[in-house]
Design a protein around this ligand. Structure first.
Ligand code: HEM
Length: 496
């Protein structure tokens, strides 16, 4: 079957063409032999023990996703693996570009809620991320909110990005010892999305620890993963954990409801031009209906969840890589230094930072901060013309494994931003690179994330010397992050 090459980057274009390239709509591929299609049970399956199912095979010090990546690399030829869980489910994970090309085909597969998303829906409800594709509230919110995230609208949020970055830079200038990079990137991205989205200031750099909202969110997200590995009959043993989970959800709801109420109490003429005003005010161009207060609560939580940890992880991985590779750091600095010192770059200047952007693209290839998504067949179909897939069958796509498929990424573990240079090396299947998902359920905030990350990475390497770091290991968190990443940062000469 022919796979469609990516389109090429236009300098200054806000989007990364690799994830934006339309996927070919593929007819199910024909099985060349006369054999019938193989059933799903032909996919390699981890051994299943009573009660614990395949748990003994799933341990990895860097977490479940790291183990899945390892298993899929061991089963590259099959391209997929089945994982019996203690809950009785046996999810299938797909990890090579050939099979992924079928699963990403919007005409034949669609996003479904599986795994942690089912639990995250407890607190993100029918917000954009955790809504079912058929729910009216998804269509309504998508129509109302997508224009607010278009590349043309991002300049509205640029001042919030700059303000939060200035707070981080001041914090780093005051540092007397190594800084906790993951914590600081989390503070930075949370402050940015809440300021840009809802004019709410968490002022995270004025606190010694994470805001209680974030602590509640982190615990609730962890529980959404832990609950997946728990056989149902063990739930009674986790009463205290479940009570804490409910308490954490109540903490999150109360902060968000307060933000909504405060906005409503202000005269309409004083409302800032942000996502919250859009949510409260804009009618759906389709139905004329507005979003309900309950749905707005879920959308705000969705933006806070989807919009900070992912970008924080991206920045932390990129900084780690640059601290490890002085030659690359020099190249990035040369690009950024050319903008001058002593002031924040304009958004136009940030959009022109080609190498900095390619460093971020390559970072998302090796460490996609949403490492997996789940899709299901709209009707009976097949994978690669050889495996029968019944209608409704969920398939997890391990984006991190697709991004390391050696058939399209030579020497896949090597960090090389020049893979994203325009030119013949860019001719690779569209399914080879999907850090922001696909189709109508692709990431709403990708332009926002990329502008924010490019600005922050550029200013941090321009204004600070980065001390040495040990090789990368991952924290076993829902969204992957470097583990124990402490960095000595000292202001560079000429920095503001
Ligand atoms: C590097 C940063 C980011 C990455 C890697 C990322 C990745 C993704 C991916 C892979 C999806 C699809 C999920 C699925 O199919 O189940 C997604 C959806 C989404 N993302 Fe992001 N994201 C990032 C930043 C952001 C930001 C900053 C925001 C908000 C400002 C955001 C808001 C959303 C929303 C609302 C959805 C759901 C879209 C829908 O289904 O209608 N993301 N993201």
């Amino acid at each position: 079957m022919s796979l469609k090459p990516e389109s090429r980057a236009a300098t200054g274009d806000l989007t990364f063409p690799a994830y934006n390239a339309p996927l070919p709509s593929t007819e199910p591929r024909m099985n060349a032999s006369t054999d019938p299609l193989l059933p799903l049970s032909s996919i390699p399956t981890l051994p299943r023990l009573p009660v614990v199912a395949s748990m003994p095979w799933l341990y990895h010090p860097e977490g479940f996703m790291a183990r899945m990546l390892q298993l899929l690399e061991q089963h590259r030829d099959a391209g997929a693996i089945r994982v019996p869980l203690p809950t009785g489910h046996s999810p299938i994970f797909v990890g090579n570009v050939d099979l992924a090309t079928d699963v990403l085909d919007e005409a034949r597969f669609e996003k479904v809620l599986e795994g942690p998303l089912v639990h995250i829906r407890d607190f993100a409800g029918d917000g954009l991320f955790t809504a079912h594709s058929h729910e009216e509230n998804w269509h309504r919110a998508h129509r109302i909110l997508t224009p607010g995230f278009s590349s043309a609208s991002i300049d509205r949020y640029y001042p919030a990005m700059v303000e939060s970055l200035q707070a981080l830079c001041a914090h780093w200038r005051r540092a007397t010892g190594p800084v906790d990079v993951v914590l600081d990137m989390t503070r930075l991205t949370l402050d940015t999305i809440s300021l840009a989205g809802f004019a709410h200031r968490f002022e995270s750099f004025d606190r010694p620890t994470l805001h209680p909202f974030l602590q509640a969110l982190a615990r609730a997200l962890q529980e959404s993963i832990d609950a997946l590995r728990r056989p149902p009959f063990l739930f009674p043993l986790f009463r205290a954990t479940r009570a804490r989970y409910r308490q954490d959800i109540a903490t999150m709801f109360s902060l968000v409801d307060e933000v909504i109420q405060q906005r409503k109490q202000r005269p309409r003429a004083d409302w800032p031009s942000d996502f919250l005003s859009l949510m409260l005010d804009a009618p759906d161009p389709g139905s004329g209906e507005r979003l309900s207060d309950e749905n707005i609560r879920y959308q705000i939580l969705t933006f806070l969840i989807a919009g900070h940890e992912t970008t924080a992880g991206l920045l932390a991985f990129a900084l780690h890589q640059l601290a490890l590779d002085p030659a690359l750091l020099q190249r990035v600095r040369a690009e950024v230094d050319a903008l001058g010192h002593g002031r924040m770059p304009s958004m136009k200047e940030v959009l022109g930072l080609d190498l900095t952007r390619r460093v971020l693209s390559e970072t998302l290839r090796l460490w996609p901060t949403v490492p997996a998504i789940t899709r299901a067949a709209r009707a009976d179909t097949s994978l690669a013309g050889r495996i029968r897939v019944p209608r409704g069958q969920p398939l997890g796509l391990l984006i991190s494994a697709m991004h390391r498929d050696p058939t399209v990424w030579p020497d896949p573990s090597r960090f090389d931003p020049d893979r994203f240079l325009p030119g013949p090396t860019r001719a690779r299947p569209a399914a080879a690179y999907k850090p922001f998902g696909v189709g109508k359920r692709a990431c709403t905030g990708r332009h926002f994330a990329l502008v924010e990350a490019t600005l922050c990475l550029a200013v941090l390497v321009r204004d600070f010397e980065l001390g040495p770091v040990p090789p990368l290991t991952l924290a076993p968190t829902v969204s992957p992050k470097p583990r124990g990443f402490f960095l000595r940062v000292t202001p560079r000469r000429g920095a503001t």
